[in-house]
Write a protein that binds this ligand. Structure first.
Ligand code: ZN
Ligand code: ZN
Length: 444
């Protein structure tokens, strides 16, 4: 890829006509507008694979801030073009830093009661009408990226190198990062020296950020299991093989994989989140379908779970006397699976030190790993070739947070219909943190 070498000019006006100024006063000035942008994005959430409006809004803002923007970056396995975007700002010799914000929302009816709450409804791929809500706070991430992009463009004299901002689609379906890499992201836009991102959290109040070195979020593997039986009248089970009973046995047996077969020092979770079978109380159905998620931090634990799921399904069917041609079907959905998010310990330490300086040491703390999953680690490539770090951005009203914790409770978190980031302090801290992190890595 051809690189443009820009010579920083003294007293050059920023892309918005602003003279260079320090980050805090820049953020103060930008904040009211940014809160308005946040509320607009919050009120217009879009499901994974459909981020047309959000990506266009982000592209427009980044262009206006002086970045070279490419839209529709990303290819899904079915050949569809994704709504990913890449925005480049070159500023002399120095490292190339990838900053990622994910853009998609969730099929949830919002119940926050906020004046800017989402009223959006859409049809999901099955044709059902669903509410849509930014229940994971990706609207916070997009807004923070806009503020950070403006700040770094205005403060160009304080850093050098190349910024590569990535607006990522389809994080919730964990196929967006893969789609962008499959569209030759690094071949077209350069391979970054580091990749960073933030994610909002209900585990910290607004004003704080938190860090996890090493394994930070678990791998996620999606598995479909179909227990097949032989249907019959509900009053004459002896003439069939009941897949409902087999599914029940399978689910209970599954609980022994983590508790009895897996190393207790290597955390793992297996959950059946969806189960469907049957049509009527007095009919034994032909099959029961289940959707599972497996979480793990090591390949060994992941493999033990997958082997255990297969063995348990087969064992239950065998015990029930199911004929061989009705054996259970176990399907691992590789495209709906994602590896561990591993925060490079050296980069993590560097960022934590930079943010302790920017926000005060009491506001940059360590946090335990989560069993949740994220596809951001995919930007680090196999074998952690590129160091990546995702840190967490406290998003809760500090007074409400303290009141909840005093009762031993947490405020509703990501994926809750009542997840409610407090816009102003969250965005202020987000932009300050992300811009400070970038400047620490691209220092002069
Ligand atoms: Zn999420
Ligand atoms: Zn998220």
């Amino acid at each position: 890829m051809k690189r443009l070498w820009l010579i920083p000019l003294l007293f050059a006006p920023g892309p918005r006509g602003a003279p260079a100024q320090d980050l805090a006063s820049f953020v103060n000035r930008e904040l009211p507008g940014l809160v308005g942008t946040y509320k607009d994005i919050h009120a217009h959430p879009e499901l994974s694979h459909r981020e047309a409006r959000t990506s266009a809004l982000l592209a427009g803002e980044l262009r206006q801030a002086g970045y070279a923007v490419t839209e529709r970056v990303g290819k899904y396995p079915d050949g569809a073009q994704a709504y990913g975007l890449v925005a480049i700002l070159e500023n002399g010799t120095g490292p190339r830093l990838l900053i990622r914000a994910d853009m998609d929302a969730l099929p949830i009816v919002e119940e926050t009661g906020l004046s800017y709450a989402s009223q959006v409804k859409t049809r999901n791929p099955d044709g059902q009408e669903v509410g849509v809500m930014h229940a994971c706070g990706h609207d916070v991430h997009v807004s923070v990226m806009i503020g950070t992009a403006r700040a770094l463009a205005a403060l160009k004299s304080q850093w050098r190198g190349t910024l590569m901002l990535v607006g990522q689609p389809s994080e919730e379906t964990i196929d967006g990062a893969k789609a962008m890499l499959a569209d030759n992201l690094y071949g077209r836009f350069g391979t970054p020296d580091f990749a960073i991102a933030l994610h909002d959290t209900n585990l910290q109040p607004a004003g704080m950020v938190s860090f996890t070195a090493g394994n930070a979020m678990a791998s996620s593997t999606s598995v479909d299991v179909t227990m097949r039986g032989v249907g019959s009248h509900g009053s004459r089970p002896q003439e069939g093989k009941d897949p409902v009973v087999m599914a029940a046995e399978f689910i209970v047996q599954l609980q022994t994989i983590v508790s009895r077969q897996e190393n207790a020092l290597d955390p793992a979770v297996v959950t059946v989140g969806d189960i469907h079978g049957g049509t009527k109380r007095n009919i034994i159905p032909d099959e029961v379908k289940m959707e599972l998620t497996a979480r793990a931090f090591s390949d060994a634990a992941r493999q033990i779970i997958l082997d255990g799921i297969r063995r348990t399904a087969q064992g239950v069917a065998l015990a029930a006397g199911v004929p061989e041609d009705r054996a259970p079907v176990v399907n691992v959905l590789e495209n709906e699976s994602t590896p561990v998010l591993y925060n490079d310990p050296a980069l993590n330490a560097r960022l934590k030190a930079a943010l302790a300086e920017a926000l005060g040491p009491q506001n940059a703390v360590d946090e335990a790993p989560l069993m949740g999953s994220e596809d951001f680690g995919i930007f680090g490539l196999d074998g952690h070739k590129i160091p990546v770090v995702m840190f967490r951005l406290g998003a809760m009203d500090p007074a409400k947070f303290a009141a909840a914790r005093a009762q031993g409770k947490w405020l509703p978190g990501p994926h809750s219909s009542r997840f409610e980031p407090l816009p102003e302090p969250t965005l202020r801290t987000g932009v300050t943190a992300l811009a400070s992190a970038a400047m620490a890595l691209l220092h002069r």
